[in-house]
Design a protein around this ligand. Structure first.
Ligand SMILES: [Zn+2]
Length: 289
């Protein structure tokens, strides 16, 4: 499928670029606003200057920022942000180790101090027309295995199936289990975000036809350089995971920096930057439109 927007530089945006963003100038003349940050957390407390962060992103050529909720509080914040900023799109989910907060101060909900998963699923369903994906969901064994996590993940998978939405999955120290559970689902549009599993699992994901993401810290991460080499361009997205995983040392990450992931990907693939941008845009269209 061809990109819908014309292939020409957007000079109006070019004039908005500040000296702070000179790194973008060279590449910006090569493509219009077609960059995508497929995963970040704009609701995070570190973003107390969101108007500027969004302006920076637009200046850098971003057309889409997909920001992810992980619990009751952030899911609501994500919807507000998507309402407020045109380039921000929403993804809602329950991150595996987040299910036991948020309802703590609200006695009518759950005596166990836990998020009521089924209620939150109803909330997500109610907002299905406002969201692009289910995520961030997955398994996280960094604080130990627990059976609740798998149950929650399975509910999130069923929800994505029911709503026919792509799913954005994080697995931490639980990669093999994550892949196995997803393989037993009917889902086709699966995006493995920041996947750090073994090489054999990366290959399995590619064989399954799922997507992998290239985060901005690829500039120093062998793991993601391997993924960039191994996965076909038709199965890749770029992301910041902002405010985390900055490509610049000691600097908060933000969506504008997603360009660093595109640049490194182009270098590793031996492709022109604009070719990478175009391909990732087509991946977006076939998955989300
Ligand atoms: Zn994340």
């Amino acid at each position: 499928m061809k990109p819908r927007i014309p292939y020409a530089p957007d000079l109006r945006t070019l004039s908005m670029i500040t000296t702070n963003s000179t790194i973008f100038i060279n590449v910006f003349v090569l493509f219009p606003k077609m960059l995508i940050d497929i995963h970040c957390h704009l609701d995070h407390d570190y973003f107390n200057d969101l108007d500027k962060v969004i302006a920076n992103a637009k200046g850098a050529g971003l057309k889409v920022i997909l920001t992810a909720g992980i619990n009751l509080e952030t899911n609501r914040k994500v919807l507000e942000l998507a309402e407020k900023y045109d380039i921000v799109k929403a993804s809602l989910g329950i991150y595996p180790i987040q299910y036991d907060n948020n309802y703590g101060n609200n006695e009518k909900n759950n005596s166990n101090n836990k998020l009521n998963i089924d209620e939150e699923i109803k909330f997500i369903e109610k907002n299905k027309n406002k969201i692009m994906a289910i995520g961030e969901v997955g398994l996280d064994y960094s604080e130990g295995k627990d059976s609740e996590q798998k149950k929650t993940f399975e509910k999130m998978i069923s929800l994505a199936e029911k709503l026919d939405k792509p799913i954005i999955v994080h697995s931490r120290k639980a990669e093999a289990d994550c892949v196995e559970i997803l393989e037993s689902s009917k889902l086709k549009k699966i995006i493995m975000h920041c996947f750090c599993g073994k090489k054999s699992l990366v290959k399995k994901i590619i064989d399954n036809g799922w997507f992998l993401t290239i985060p901005t810290n690829i500039v120093r991460s062998q793991q993601f350089q391997f993924t960039a080499k191994e996965a076909p361009i038709t199965q890749l997205f770029c992301e910041t995971d902002a405010p985390y995983l900055s490509p610049f040392k000691d600097k908060r990450n933000e969506p504008a920096f997603v360009l660093e992931a595109y640049k490194k990907l182009a270098e590793i693939k031996g492709m022109e930057l604009k070719e990478v941008v175009n391909n990732v845009w087509m991946n977006w269209q076939k998955t989300f439109q």
